[in-house]
Ligand binder design. Structure first.
Ligand code: ZN
Ligand code: ZN
Ligand code: FE
Length: 762
């Protein structure tokens, strides 16, 4: 080496462990004839490198330019140090440090190299359903603690055979320190359990599973983050049986298909959708149905969409190779319970549903459902964020105190803040049963441990009866900040878009606790992280029967009619009234007038439901948002004009009138205008209304940034049209891309709002 020998210390932070980063560094150093060493630390990767200065600079540049596929670098820092006595480049053991803050990789799909080996009869892992390498496989769901090393994963029970150990020890091998590394000789195995039959092992188990599925049987299959219930998606009777046994009436069931060409036979695919389907995260993607198709009608009844994913675990590839067009792969649970992850639990809970179980002995330490996305205008939007994405943090604009936010009641997630990172948990579910509540608690404990976060502040919703609120109240010794639901929605959008100061926040959803004792959900807020004002809201109307009004949108339709026409509505000549018994309608109206089990709501979600019922789409729903979704799906393509709209100023706030919209819809119905055209007019009216309202607010406040959040924005037609109109009026519009717009993204806003509210009070 030349005389100008120098040395540098390089620290790399981000997702740099368990993703093949050290062998990558090792090879980069060797190529440039550099000496030194690399080690995992609790906060990332630490490199000492010596050699010619130009080679060292090239080496540092290459770190970010050529990083391994699963790595996500957040910072690289380097400084000059004194050269030491290094005669080669070495990978040295992990070092534990104070203040752990390494990021852990999510679980990702099998990589192309492993897939080739899986299909190669000459390879020693041919057909082995747990093949993986440093570029692919399970991570988040098999980790107990950090740093990420084999003894801290559920692979600790498997001792590597000499061949696997050699790969694991060789920095030039793709499996160098691949913690889940295994083969058929030394690793996990599958077994098929049929009640009253023999247990079959290994390849035979997979073949027998495929045969059962082809025969129309339901098989519970253990995957990466939990069990699926699988059935041949082209067999209508089998799919219908699954629905009955699972007590799932109409919610669409997810499909897994072997490849893109097969998906094209039953769904429309554009280039954007192909990209997200084939990404290593492999989410379920909502795709427009192609008609006719061979998929059973029971998969996704009365719906224009299929939820489809490509295989992601090697086991899926091996199974789907048996010639299926698609398998239904729905979560392994009974209706709203959490998915089963342990074999014992699956045998117990899934026995009444499944005809057989395909189990394996690699333990899942933390449950993680499939993620669900929809591609709208080239942007991927989450409906559910879990496998493949968690625990990648949302990076915030500035450092925050450590906060634990407990999230909403439905579609719950929790969020942990630390420094400038917000870790939103995987989808936990609806906190309506003890099993889900236990999962909620386990997720909090697990995330606190693997992220090494000790919260200083707790955040929760204002709703006194949410289980998440009760959990926060019962956790001793920490200050608690209760954040209004729609404020949290708006701050969630602000946080992921790095917005500070004030915005106009449009928070539209089904229900959220309002501090005035009404149910909020159609809120226009002037908001900043630590405060908000309610600038406008939909005129509150009664929800007769409270929760029953959510399940039965016809009740809302009656309520809007009574609000608009008083008792005159019984005489209206519209088809809807012919389907409603007058006596039942009268009971609802009385409940509303007397305030008997009929809370007032300003919810926009309920207005969508009510309109859907009025035009005859449905009287009852099997899941929340179903009626609104169908209203979106029926929409006519051509412009149909606008209904009248307006608002009144009440106590320094604006009360948006609903009556003119209902009058317009009723007039259209009386004239026999189609539901498709009414839906079009309704959507267009809302976009015009809220744009005009934002205009007025801008002229008063000077604020020209609008943040959109809430479950209503899952309606792609509405969110796209509203954003376009606002932009045409000169607003800057911000939406949710990193977390769901529904309550799944609420914990992020709760956490950031609580931090700001706390610092104002302090
Ligand atoms: Zn791989
Ligand atoms: Zn082995
Ligand atoms: Fe909400």
């Amino acid at each position: 080496m030349s005389e100008a020998l120098t040395a540098k210390r390089v620290r790399v932070c981000g997702i740099v462990q368990g993703v093949g980063f050290r062998p990558f560094i090792f090879q980069l150093a060797e190529e440039r004839h550099l000496h030194g060493h690399v080690a995992n630390t609790s906060s990332g990767v630490d490199i000492h490198v010596e050699g010619e200065p130009s080679q060292i600079e090239a080496f540092i540049d290459a770190i970010s330019a050529q990083a391994p596929p699963l790595a996500q670098i957040t910072t690289i820092e380097s400084r000059r140090v004194a050269p030491g006595p290094c005669s080669e480049f070495k990978i040295i053991p992990s070092r534990q440090e104070e203040g752990r803050s390494t990021l852990i990789s999510p679980d990702v799909s099998i990589c192309a190299d492993c897939l080739n080996e899986l299909r190669d009869p000459q390879d020693r892992r041919f057909g082995y359903p747990f093949i993986n390498c440093t570029n692919c496989g399970p991570r988040y769901t098999i980790i107990d603690d950090v740093p990420y090393d084999r003894p801290k994963t559920s692979m600790r029970h498997f001792r590597m055979c000499p061949a696997c150990q050699t790969e694991y020890d060789n920095p030039r091998d793709r499996r160098f320190h691949a913690q889940p590394n295994a083969c058929d000789d030394c690793g996990p195995h599958v077994a098929l359990e049929v009640p009253g039959g023999d247990v079959r092992q290994g390849a035979e188990a997979v073949t027998a599973t495929a045969r059962l599925l082809a025969d129309g049987k339901i098989v519970a299959i253990k995957g990466l983050g939990g069990y699926h219930l699988a059935v041949d998606a082209t067999n209508d009777a089998a799919v219908a049986r699954l629905r009955r046994r699972k007590q799932r009436e109409e919610k669409p069931l997810a499909l897994m298909a072997p490849d893109l060409e097969t998906i094209r036979t039953f769904a429309h695919l554009d280039a954007d959708e192909v990209e997200v389907l084939a990404s290593p995260q492999r989410p379920i993607v909502l795709l427009r149905k192609r008609r006719p198709n061979t998929i059973a009608p029971a998969v996704s009844p009365r719906n224009a969409w299929f939820g489809v994913m490509l295989p992601y675990a090697p086991l899926h590839y091996v199974l789907l190779a048996h010639g299926f067009t698609a398998l239904v792969m729905t979560s392994g649970n009974l209706s709203e319970e959490p998915i089963a992850i342990a074999n014992g639990d699956a045998r117990e809970r899934l026995a009444p549903i499944a005809d057989a179980l395909l189990v394996h002995d690699r333990e899942i330490l933390l449950r993680c459902d499939d993620s669900i996305v929809r591609k709208t205008d080239g942007v991927t939007r989450f409906l559910r964020r879990a496998r493949g994405f968690v625990p990648v943090p949302v990076f915030l604009r500035r450092r925050q105190p450590s906060v634990l936010a407990c999230g909403a009641e439905l579609k719950n997630t929790v969020c942990l803040l630390k420094e400038n990172r917000a870790f939103v948990s995987q989808h936990i579910g609806d906190l309506e049963n003890l099993a889900t509540y236990a999962f909620f608690q386990a997720t909090i404990d697990h995330l606190q441990r693997i992220l090494d976060i000790t919260p200083e502040i707790l955040a929760c919703d204002m709703h006194p009866d949410y289980l998440s609120t009760r959990y926060a109240r019962e956790r001793d010794g920490l200050p608690l900040v209760q954040v209004q639901h729609h404020h949290a929605h708006v701050v969630s959008t602000m946080a992921e878009n790095h917005l500070e100061g004030q915005v106009i926040g449009l928070a539209f959803d089904g229900t959220g606790y309002g501090p005035d004792g009404t149910v909020w959900g159609g809120e226009v807020l002037i908001a900043e992280a630590g405060a908000y004002e309610r600038a406008a809201y939909l005129t509150p109307v009664p929800m007769p029967g409270s929760a029953a009004a959510i399940k039965e949108p016809w009740r809302m339709a009656v309520s809007y009619l009574a609000h608009t026409f008083d008792d005159r509505f019984y005489d209206l000549d519209i088809p809807f009234l012919a389907t409603v018994e007058r006596r039942r309608a009268e009971v609802l109206v009385t409940m509303g007038r007397q305030g008997l089990n009929a809370p007032l709501t300003s919810s926009l979600g309920r207005l969508f439901d009510g309109i859907a019922a009025l035009i005859g789409l449905r009287h009852q729903v099997a899941f929340e948002g179903q009626a609104a979704m169908e209203l979106e799906m029926t929409i006519a393509a051509e412009d149909a004009g606008l209904y009248d709209y307006g608002w009144k100023t009440v106590d320094a706030s604006r009360r948006i009138e609903i009556a003119p919209i209902i009058e317009g819809v009723v007039a259209d119905l009386a004239r026999g205008v189609s539901g498709a055209r009414i839906s079009r007019r309704f959507h267009a009216t809302l976009s015009a209304l809220f744009t005009a309202l934002c205009d007025e607010l801008r002229s008063q406040t000077g604020i020209d940034r609008v943040a959109l959040s809430g479950g209503v924005f899952q309606n792609a037609v509405f969110s796209t049209e509203l954003a376009r109109r606002l932009e045409q009026s000169g607003f800057r519009v911000y939406t949710q891309r990193l977390v769901p717009a529904n309550d799944g993204g609420l914990s992020l806003g709760q956490a950031v709002a609580a931090a700001a509210i706390w610092s104002r009070q302090a």
